[in-house]
Design a protein around this ligand. Sequence first.
Ligand SMILES: Nc1ncnc2c1ncn2[C@@H]1O[C@H](COP(=O)(O)OP(=O)(O)OP(=O)(O)O)[C@@H](O)[C@H]1O
Ligand SMILES: Nc1nc2c(c(=O)[nH]1)N[C@H]1C(S)=C(S)[C@@H](COP(=O)(O)O)O[C@H]1N2
Length: 197
Amino acid sequence: MSALDPVRIGVVSISDRASSGVYEDKGIPALQDWLGRAVKNPIEWHTRLIPDEQDGISATLRELVDEVHCHLVLTTGGTGPAPRDVTPEATLAVADKVMPGFGEQMRQISLAFVPTAILSRQVAVVRGQALIINLPGQPKSIAETLQGLPTRTPPVHGIFAAVPYCVDLIGGPYIETDPEVCAAFRPKSAQRPPAGA
Ligand SMILES: Nc1ncnc2c1ncn2[C@@H]1O[C@H](COP(=O)(O)OP(=O)(O)OP(=O)(O)O)[C@@H](O)[C@H]1O
Ligand SMILES: Nc1nc2c(c(=O)[nH]1)N[C@H]1C(S)=C(S)[C@@H](COP(=O)(O)O)O[C@H]1N2
């Protein structure tokens, strides 16, 4: 049995076309693939595939945090400037605290991949004891923004490195990561010996 705390993760794919069956959703599998490789804790998944409707997105986020008690919720899609892109508004509507550094850093990272990085209005917020993070809709953008390009000179740090300590600070489980995928950063005073050591 793992000595690591279980972590409840909500993954929400927001796409009119994927949710209505026009194309197959690749957002949820891409999120589960990357997080499953990065996070060493046992994960309890809660997945949702929904259209770009602001009230429905906010309701899904509230449900995942307030009723399911997710520690972390990642969304993909609906962050751009198009009329139906409303994920940031829906996320800000459920915020207790806005965490601007995540959006700023993700746009910066994404510039290493696409010149259109600045078109994403993605945000991150804290609601209760959960961290909610928006990612763009392109499935490849999930690994790009979470992982960055750590082996490049100079390295481009992905945002997930800061997620475990943020979850500590809001009262969630102690998340350990696989450093081969993403090395979590915590101040020395907040570090625990690795589970099983
Ligand atoms: N959930 C998804 N599954 C698979 N591919 C996706 C998904 N979301 C976006 N994409 C791909 O990324 C491209 C850019 O995303 P775009 O911003 O147009 O979609 P969206 O606003 O997230 O979804 P939609 O327009 O269906 O509501 C899409 O044309 C599609 O190829
Ligand atoms: N890392 C990364 N960021 C990215 C992209 C990408 O392919 N990779 N696509 C950009 C594009 S083209 C758009 S329009 C915006 C918003 O995408 P969304 O509306 O699908 O969320 O994200 C941007 N950020």
